[in-house]
Ligand binder design. Structure first.
Ligand code: GMT
Length: 380
């Protein structure tokens, strides 16, 4: 198949999922065309079967708000025509599915009148936060209804979308995935551990875009309690608006030198491979891709019992779950586990087994291929 993929190309779960999906489809001999305003971060530009088409947005003085969604629609139509794409797959409803709908209508109305079905994958904040903003809600609902296929990354998100948006269109759950051959405790990457922690110190890790929904101050609060009992370091991977708040709190608590801000990293698996526990105390996660990536690397997630996380992490088996804001419980789980080497390693192995059993690329990518075939059959 020839598939066009559009996503937010910067750091963030939906862009990561879209890019990894494109890479996996290309490995399975599909021709993949990324259409976005910059090259997705996990692409090098030299992968075979992958093409990247940049969307240029004109900036006239009149345009206080440059119309990216229109430029994107135009580019989607051009690329689809030129490379004879079979379908478009957009990740994150706003504004991508609206642009895809426009592109589809342009091609249908202009000779040689090509059909261009499009699939929308809902990731979370496009529904739970942005879509609920009154100014976006009607158009988000409309573009979901008009999609030729809709997928959600967890059962939770599917149900939430059906309920809040009163959607009639079918929503297929195709969960997020991890490449278990690339995300593992690779002994070659273990050597790096020394750069971050002394022998005998544990490593806790947090990976996100540091937005308010991630509750960065809870991450610091938990680490502060753990650090008082267990010699340890906290690695913070990513960046975003709440970074300075986290830095300030770490300074206030006198643990700043033990909190390592690594910034945005391209190959997070190389850091996860020598971490012990992942902290994910989010207010809401419709899936929690970071927890899954950690599990594949035998890093035990300690997360909140919200959204789709319980579909990924089995409490007491592949990780621990607590209520939002319950930093006491989350630190207790971490302290107990980090203080017991054999339990820590055993649970790490269970976490990887949980990831392998349900979320490996080998299980999930064929579901997307099958879904594309169904969409194409229905719209031919
Ligand atoms: O977590 C974010 O704020 C980023 C956001 C995104 O779309 O980039 O993440 C959402 O999509 C991820 C990939 O499907 C999910 O793993 C995250 O759980 C989801 N975030 C939220 O629901 C808050």
């Amino acid at each position: 198949m020839k598939i066009g993929i559009t996503c937010y190309p910067t750091y963030g779960g939906s862009g990561v999922v879209a890019t990894e999906l494109g890479l996996e489809l290309a490995r399975r001999d599909h021709e993949v065309h990324f259409i976005s305003y910059s090259q997705p971060i996990r692409l090098t530009g030299s992968e075979s079967n992958i093409h990247y088409h940049e969307v240029e947005v004109s900036r006239y003085p009149l345009f206080e708000y440059p119309p990216y969604d229109l430029a994107l629609a135009t580019r989607m139509a051009e690329v689809s025509q030129l490379y004879e794409l079979d379908l478009l797959h957009v990740h994150y409803a706003i504004p991508h599915s609206v642009s895809a709908l426009l592109a589809k209508q342009m091609l249908a109305a202009t000779p040689p009148r090509r059909k261009l079905p499009f699939v929308t994958t809902l990731h979370g904040t496009d529904i739970t936060l942005v879509g609920l903003d009154r100014s976006y809600l009607p158009i988000t609902r409309f573009s979901i209804e008009q999609s030729d296929g809709v997928t959600a990354i967890s059962q939770y998100l599917r149900e939430r979308t059906l309920k809040v948006f009163d959607i009639k269109n079918h929503i297929e759950v195709i969960t997020n995935f991890v490449n278990c051959d690339d995300y593992f405790r690779n002994p070659e990457w273990q050597a790096q551990r020394r750069e971050y922690a002394a022998d005998g110190e544990r490593i806790l890790v947090h990976l996100s875009n540091f937005r308010p929904v991630k509750r960065m101050t809870d991450v610091i609060e938990i680490f502060d309690r753990v650090h008082k009992k267990i010699p340890s370091k906290l690695m913070l991977i990513g960046d975003g608006p709440d970074r300075s708040q986290a830095e300030w709190l770490a300074v206030q608590k006198g643990i700043h030198e033990h909190v390592l801000f690594l910034g945005k990293q391209d190959r997070v698996q190389e850091k996860l491979a020598f971490s012990d526990v992942m902290l994910l105390p989010s207010e809401l996660e419709s899936f929690g891709l970071a927890a899954l990536e950690a599990m594949a690397c035998e890093v035990v997630p300690i997360a909140t019992r919200v959204g789709g996380i319980p579909e990924v992490v089995e409490h007491g088996v592949t990780g621990y779950l607590a209520d939002v804001g319950d930093v006491e419980a989350m630190s207790r789980y971490a302290i107990d586990l980090l203080g017991d080497e054999s339990r820590l390693r055993a649970m790490g192995k269970q976490a990887r087994a949980g990831a392998r059993a349900r979320f490996c690329t080998s299980k999930i990518i064929p579901l997307y291929e099958e879904f594309y075939r169904r969409v194409l059959a229905q719209s031919s």
